[in-house]
Design a protein around this ligand. Sequence first.
Ligand code: DC
Length: 230
Amino acid sequence: MKNKISIAIDGPVGSGKGTLAVALSKRLNAFYVYTGAMYRELTLACLRTKIDINNEGEVLKVFENISIELKNTDYGVRAFLDGQEVSDEIFQPLISKTVPIVAAFPRIRKEMVLRQQEMAKDALGKGKSVVMEGRDITTDVLHDADIKIYLTADIKIRAQRRLKQLIEKGIKTTYDEVLEDLEERDRQDTQRTASPLRVVKEAVVIDTTYDTIDQTVNKVIAKLKEKNLI
Ligand code: DC
């Protein structure tokens, strides 16, 4: 048994990464890092400064001059951009639509990965376990993670889950719009040249289509026990 562990989770939109990561971090008293929020915050900063979003150099300049902070609270992850809370704003449809442009830039990804590795190192150094989720955590960010998990689910179920999340956040949209958006984002996530979403051979692959949250969490807990990590 280890006293602090690192868990890397990847998977497409709506596969349940966030829900699983929150449940695991509560159970293990771990630091949860939602890396998608970081790409969203950078996108928001770019839109606010009105730079040319298609110009990697300009986006990089914005990135170098902002502070991105994630805080774990009892009410979920709170995102701060230059000290100001932007937790809801980063889920606006314009951000969701624009973020893949920013996330496709290799120099942005390189810098983002460094920041995320730093966050993980810092937490582990303080004796805290880490649960990190995104699209390149198992492939690039946490090479030495104690466990790597790839979540997947049927796209129709993912669209229903995403729709529920967006409605809860007060964003007006429809099932068809969400489904179309997911298809496009799956394409962008898996086909971009810089760190595309993919399954690494050592990953534990879990299909969450027919699972309740508790069932998925229990599968991961069973794996952690099997590996003698908890
Ligand atoms: O997880 P999410 O849907 O909130 O992520 C927002 C965007 O950021 C999405 O386009 C994928 C991208 N992303 C990424 O490229 N790498 C990550 N580690 C996390 C998110």
